[in-house]
Design a protein around this ligand. Structure first.
Ligand code: 5RP
Length: 227
């Protein structure tokens, strides 16, 4: 393939459009959150007459979908979804990911769990050998934040409560986010299982039990499909 000279934004557009191949006609599609997914939502608008609607993983994605005239269903009103399409902050060779850079990890994991297949859309900068260079987002109940910070520090991580406009960021679920840097997550399944048990942890941003089944990776040579 010839190498194309594309900006990161153009790579996101490319992979957002490529994801349309995985949308099942006549069905409701699970939609993630983030700048790459925003490109997918734009693309989805061009085929909106061919789908029943969407289940969304955030208020932000819901607003974008509705602005395009795509009906957004409550996740409780829908049984299993054929496919969930979302971005990632990191993805490894097994489809294990770090997610939550956009603070939507809890609803993302819920919609992913409701879906038969997870299609991850990302540009090649997201592909890693070992998860952990991107600070790991963890959604927590605010009263547990300090203790969870200390627990991560005992593991060798550097943890801090994410802020927005000078105050702790509040998620769509009314909770806070802790970002943990300095971890090397060599056993994503075990790590996700363990941290999910900590009191006060709502969702850890390791998606191993809800891994990606397909990864569409935008590269300067075009979109690569990894399974
Ligand atoms: C939001 C997410 C996003 O999928 C992740 O942060 C990637 O975002 P982007 O496509 O903007 O790089 O997990 O919570």
């Amino acid at each position: 393939m010839t190498a194309l000279s594309l900006t990161q934004d153009e790579l996101k557009t490319l992979v957002g459009h490529a994801a349309l191949d995985y949308v099942v006609e006549g069905e409701i599609v699970g939609v993630g959150t983030g700048s790459t997914v925003n490109k997918f939502i734009e693309a989805l608008g061009t085929i909106k007459g061919k789908i029943r609607g969407a289940v969304s993983s955030s208020v932000a994605s819901t607003q974008r979908l509705q602005a395009l005239g795509i009906e957004v269903f409550d996740s409780n009103a829908v049984e299993e979804l054929a496919v969930y399409i979302d971005g990632a902050d990191e993805i490894d060779g097994s489809g294990f990911m770090i997610k939550g850079g956009g603070a939507a990890l809890t609803r993302e994991k819920i919609v992913a769990a409701q879906s038969r297949s997870f299609v991850c859309i990302a540009d090649a900068s997201k592909r890693v050998q070992v998860l952990g260079a991107f600070p790991l987002p963890v959604e927590v109940v605010p009263m547990a934040a300090r203790r969870i910070v200390r627990q991560f520090e005992r593991m060798g991580g550097l943890a801090q409560v994410r802020e927005k406009d000078g105050a702790a960021l509040v998620t769509d679920n009314g909770q806070h986010i802790i970002d943990v840097s300095g971890l090397q997550i060599s056993d994503p399944l075990g790590f996700e299982t363990a941290v999910s048990q900590w009191p006060g942890v709502v969702t850890v941003g390791v998606f191993a039990h809800q891994r990606a089944h397909v990864c569409l990776l935008a590269t300067p040579s075009g979109v690569e499909t990894l399974r």
